[in-house]
Design a binder for this molecule. Structure first.
Ligand code: AR6
Length: 169
């Protein structure tokens, strides 16, 4: 199972995977951080498409084409804001619902950013534990996805996710 999950240092918008996950907000109309980078790289058609989706609840996920991205799809999910309550359950929902949506759309490879750990303030070590545990449970029940990439930008988040992967998987 460990072989199927990998932590890398990369800009998620450059990855040629079937789906990249966007850490979006409830409007799905773009923002800063990884959301801004994905919208910038995908081009304006992504926002146009998202406008028709009617937003997204925290913990849920919606799929769009990748437009100009190397990824075929973008799966938009909305992480919890640290302090709003029930954060762990909501973050688990983000990972699980994104993986289920990817599997339903025939994706074999998917890349996640560290959802909620930027503007939304979720402590990176706690979020890494939730991410890896949820991925592990998903893989025990579903074998249709071959590769799950956890893409992070900085050394610090790389170390945290790498350590969580070693200790939990
Ligand atoms: N590739 C991979 N990881 C990235 C990239 C990238 N190109 N850019 C940033 N990260 P954040 P959130 C990392 O703030 O906390 C937006 O405005 C970043 O270092 O993007 O879920 C939305 O519209 C951090 O570790 O997402 C929402 O309003 C992680 O991605 C809000 O921010 C997540 O940071 C969502 O906040």
């Amino acid at each position: 199972m460990n072989d199927c999950v990998k932590v890398i240092k990369a800009d998620i918008t450059t990855l040629p995977v079937d789906a990249i996950v966007n850490a979006a907000n409830n409007s799905l109309l773009g923002g800063g951080g990884v959301d801004g980078a994905i919208h910038h790289a995908a081009g304006p058609k992504l926002k146009e498409y998202c406008r028709k989706l009617g937003g997204c609840k925290t913990g849920e996920a919606k799929i769009t084409p990748g437009f100009l991205l190397p990824a075929k799809f973008v799966i938009h999910t909305v992480g919890p804001i640290w302090g709003e309550g029930n954060e762990e359950q909501k973050l688990e929902d983000c990972y699980r619902n994104s993986l289920l949506l990817a599997a339903d759309n025939g994706c074999k490879t998917i890349a996640f950013p560290a959802i909620s750990t930027g503007a939304y303030g979720y402590p990176a070590d706690k979020a890494a534990g939730v991410a890896i545990r949820t991925i592990r449970i998903f893989l025990l029940q579903n074998s249709s996805i071959d590769q799950i990439i956890l893409a992070c930008m900085g050394n610090h988040s790389y170390e945290i996710l790498h350590n969580a992967l070693q200790s939990i998987m």
